[in-house]
Design a protein around this ligand. Structure first.
Ligand code: PLP
Length: 366
């Protein structure tokens, strides 16, 4: 029996060729060549003017929040159902994350809950496109504009998702991406900040260069305390090759989702939605069992394990973690995680392997 990992990247001769070229030649005057190319090509792919490659998505969010002036006493509204990386940078700046509930169909932030959580201290809303599903950006934009708040898109899981003609990450004040080895497009580790706002672009550039303004002529002169979350040229070389294969990588994710969706069509479950006018990049095919249906998530994960399949739990409400206070009033977030799992997905996952996964899900739903 072959082992089914929950995800792995698709690496071809093209990535190896680009990485080899960077290792041989990408030094001295060429030490930024792949980084600049990756930023230029990624920005063009998204249709935004500015992109800054970083060492992680966490770093990109930290930089963006800092550039927007978020600090002590400020509140940032974010969905309770999330990976900690979308929350931790808020706390790095001594601001407070305010966890709100998600919608039962997209598992993304609920705009009505955002509206209800706004206080005079609120500075920003972080919309995370969970598992490739798109947050309701139109509604969030209306709220952000009305209350003069910054709108941020965490598109780490939404490479390939399109919101009414605009690529995920390109709609809000700024967007962030991750190229961790589990993501649709990978550089091993890595991230990216994108924006259409020249002011935020300049500030993030300065902050990511240890506070040195690009117009500063004095060498080694910092005007402010900054950070250093840079991507290496070697990583960017792999990113350039992956970006050249973007359509193929996204199509691979969509093929896997569509196969599972067909194999599980008759079960009392919900999977990632793709509303009219939108495209879902389907980073993680996810099964949420209907409320009231007998289902033991841990028993399914044990069955996966016994059958050489890597299982993956749906995100816990971040407010459940020991650093925060429980917020069970976020009813949807607290009801989703015990009923849900992510399914393995990678480029060369075969139909037979997906049938093995589907058969176990079928027998776990009673
Ligand atoms: C993976 C991920 C991150 C973190 O990315 P890193 O590159 O590991 O920092 C942030 N947000 C979301 C939604 C993610 O899925």
């Amino acid at each position: 029996m072959t082992r089914i990992q929950y995800t792995k990247p698709s690496i071809t001769d093209l990535e190896v060729e680009f990485a080899t070229d960077a290792a041989r030649n990408g030094w001295g005057s060429a030490c930024y060549a792949y980084i600049e190319r990756f930023e230029r090509e990624f920005a063009a792919f998204l249709g935004v003017p500015h992109a800054i490659a970083t060492s992680s998505c966490t770093g990109a969010l930290h930089l963006g929040l800092a550039a927007a002036g978020i600090g002590a006493g400020d509140e940032v509204i974010v969905a309770d159902t999330n990976w900690i990386a979308s929350v931790a940078p808020i706390t790095y700046l001594n601001a407070t994350p305010v966890f709100v509930d998600v919608l039962p169909d997209t598992w993304c932030i609920d705009p009505a809950a955002v509206e209800a959580a706004i206080t005079p201290r609120t500075k920003a809303i972080i919309a995370v496109h969970l598992y490739g599903n798109l947050a309701d950006l139109n509604a969030l934009k209306v709220i952000a504009d009305r209350h003069d708040l910054l709108l941020i898109e965490d598109a780490a899981e939404a490479f390939g998702s399109i919101y009414h003609g605009q690529r995920a990450g390109s709609v809000a004040d700024f967007g962030i991406f991750s190229f961790h080895g589990t993501k649709t497009l990978t550089t091993g580790e890595g991230g990216l900040f994108v924006t259409s706002r020249p002011d935020l672009y300049q500030k993030v550039l300065t902050l990511n260069a240890h506070g040195r303004d690009s117009s500063q002529t004095k060498q080694f002169w910092s005007d402010v305390i900054g950070y250093k979350y840079k991507m290496s040229n070697l990583q960017a070389a792999i990113g350039c090759a992956q970006l050249q294969r973007a359509d193929e990588l996204i199509a691979g994710k969509r093929r896997v989702f569509e196969t599972y969706s067909r194999l599980l069509a008759d079960l009392p479950i919900r999977m990632n939605p793709e509303p009219e006018g939108c495209v879902n990049g389907y980073w993680m095919p996810t099964v949420v069992v209907d409320e009231g249906v007998a289902f033991d998530r841990d028993a399914l994960l044990d069955a996966f394990k016994a059958n050489q399949i890597d299982g993956r739990v749906f995100f816990w409400p971040v407010s459940m973690l020991p650093m925060f206070e429980d917020k069970p009033e976020n009813k949807v977030s607290y009801s989703l995680y015990p009923r849900a799992v992510n399914l393995p997905t990678y480029h060369d996952l075969t139909e037979e392997e997906m049938q093995r996964v589907a058969a176990l899900i079928r027998s776990a739903i009673g």
